[in-house]
Design a protein around this ligand. Structure first.
Ligand SMILES: [Zn+2]
Length: 470
């Protein structure tokens, strides 16, 4: 029997076989599943709203493995909406998935696929959530789960990976490096490739969020989502495209993509009218899921945003953290900073008239705030002493380098040597600056850092303490 879908190049449209890099061999475009329009028109869905209700709209797997994913609540956020001046604000609460993030949708589908095809091990390069989820689903069917993570992954996500008994490799300094390594490992060991950016089933799984929004009666004018790799926005748009083909709707919502000010490759490209994401040299944000300097789905995210008549914006880390608290206080939903960024963006968009106060707006709350470091920092300090000392050491080394004279962040990073991302160095800098141990000033385009009197005293105190204890 002919399958109702094919794997095709998203750029040139050519039919394709899966490749290690998920790229078209002709033009380098990303590969994706395309369903036949005739098939879509006749699709019948059965059962209540949950992830596997949409099985007829997903590539075939022999066995569906479930921990109860999808069918997440769509909250009417009345108090938050009133505070912002927005009548129809809604939160799609993906924190209610089995491992508390939207990545349980791809988690369920990818492990179902790996299991159905007889794999006994998978590999995934991950910023956190995808890995935490895959680890849980792998545990359920006794598949070996190998996760390649950047060294500064959020503590709560790491805790989940450990609890679900995954093999964790922390040698990579960035997600980009981890992705390269995952291709090598998949080929060398014959492991199933479960990295989000390299497995087109991820997009299929995430598109179910659009279907749920529609079936839950969102009737959204605008949907707002955070952008790391850009895969989420692209997936949402794919879902809406299919629903148009099915005759379910005529006017899909405008899509608004949000990035961090410290890492805005897609937002900058949107602003400048470019088709591909900008190069970001110094990615710097505490929101790890959206600290992606080279977004693989950037081009498709830009296309989705433009086709929908939407836009891309960026938000500071401070605004995200502030909004994280506000959402929890007013709505009882505890979002992680990257998810809170979606709501934080609304203030500016309402002020500038990009969104009207009467419109129906859905913000995607992709993942729980319980997983992130700002909440878990205290816990981490109590639990992981080696990490505590290494943290102090880096901060002390920064103070010592600044004692030698004024310099800027990039230079500091180079002098600190290998084994640390630029983003991590900037985090240490912000920490030290917030505590008044260092100060900065703009000189030309660069922000120069220097040791303050308080910083000098802290260094002396450390030396005295060391003498005392030796
Ligand atoms: Zn192509």
């Amino acid at each position: 029997m002919e399958t109702p879908y094919q794997l095709r190049c998203s750029r040139c449209g050519a039919k394709a076989e899966p490749t290690p890099w998920n790229r078209c061999l002709r033009c380098g475009g990303l590969l994706e599943y395309v369903f036949n329009p005739e098939y879509l028109r006749d699709v019948q869905l059965k059962g209540s709203i949950n992830f596997w209700r949409y099985r007829p709209l997903l590539p075939r797997v022999d066995r569906a493995i479930s921990l109860g994913e999808g069918g997440t609540p769509l909250h009417r956020a009345e108090r938050l909406g009133e505070a912002l001046g927005l009548r129809g604000l809604m939160l799609k609460d993906e924190t209610r998935n089995p491992t508390n993030s939207f990545k349980d949708r791809p988690g369920a589908l990818l492990i179902s696929d790996a299991y159905s095809r007889g794999f006994d091990a998978i590999v995934c390069a991950t910023n956190g959530n995808q890995g935490a989820s895959l680890a849980a689903y792998s545990a359920k069917v006794d598949i070996e789960c190998h996760l390649l993570i950047p060294r500064d992954v959020d503590m709560g996500k790491l805790a989940q990976m450990i609890a679900y008994d995954a093999y964790i490799d922390e040698q990579c300094s960035s997600i980009e490096e981890a992705i390269r390594l995952s291709v090598e490992m998949a080929e060398r060991h014959g492991w199933y490739q479960a990295t989000a950016e390299l497995n087109p089933l991820t997009i299929e799984a995430l598109k179910t969020i659009s279907y749920e929004l529609h079936e839950q009666g969102a009737e959204a004018d605008v949907v707002v989502a955070a952008m790391g790799s850009g895969a989420t926005i692209h997936s949402l748009w794919k879902g809406y495209g299919e629903m148009k083909a099915m005759g379910w709707m005529e006017d899909p919502p405008r899509l608004i993509g949000v990035q961090a000010e410290g890492c805005p490759p897609i937002t900058e490209a949107f602003r400048l009218g470019l088709e591909k994401p900008m190069e970001v040299e110094e990615a710097s944000t505490g929101a790890t899921p959206i600290r992606v300097a080279s977004p693989i789905y950037g081009e498709l995210a830009l296309k989705a945003i433009r086709e929908s008549g939407g836009l891309a914006v960026s938000i500071s880390d401070d605004e995200m953290l502030e909004m994280e608290k506000t959402i929890a206080r007013l709505e009882g939903v505890f979002a992680e900073p990257a998810s809170a960024a979606t709501v934080a963006s609304l203030k500016t968009l309402l002020d500038s008239g990009e969104i009207d106060g009467d419109e129906r707006v859905v913000c995607l709350i992709a993942s729980s705030g319980l997983k992130t470091d700002d909440i878990l920092r205290g816990l981490r300090m109590r639990r992981r002493h080696p990490s505590l000392t290494s943290r102090l050491t880096t901060k002390e080394r920064i103070l010592r380098l600044l004692e030698e004279g004024e310099t800027y962040g990039y230079e500091l990073w180079k002098r600190l040597g290998r084994g640390m991302t630029l983003g991590a160095v900037y985090q240490h800098i912000s920490y030290l600056e917030a505590r008044g141990l260092i100060a900065s000033r703009l000189k030309g385009k660069r922000r120069y850092l220097r040791l303050t009197e308080k910083g000098r005293k802290a260094l002396r105190a450390l030396e005295e303490l060391r003498d005392l204890l030796s």
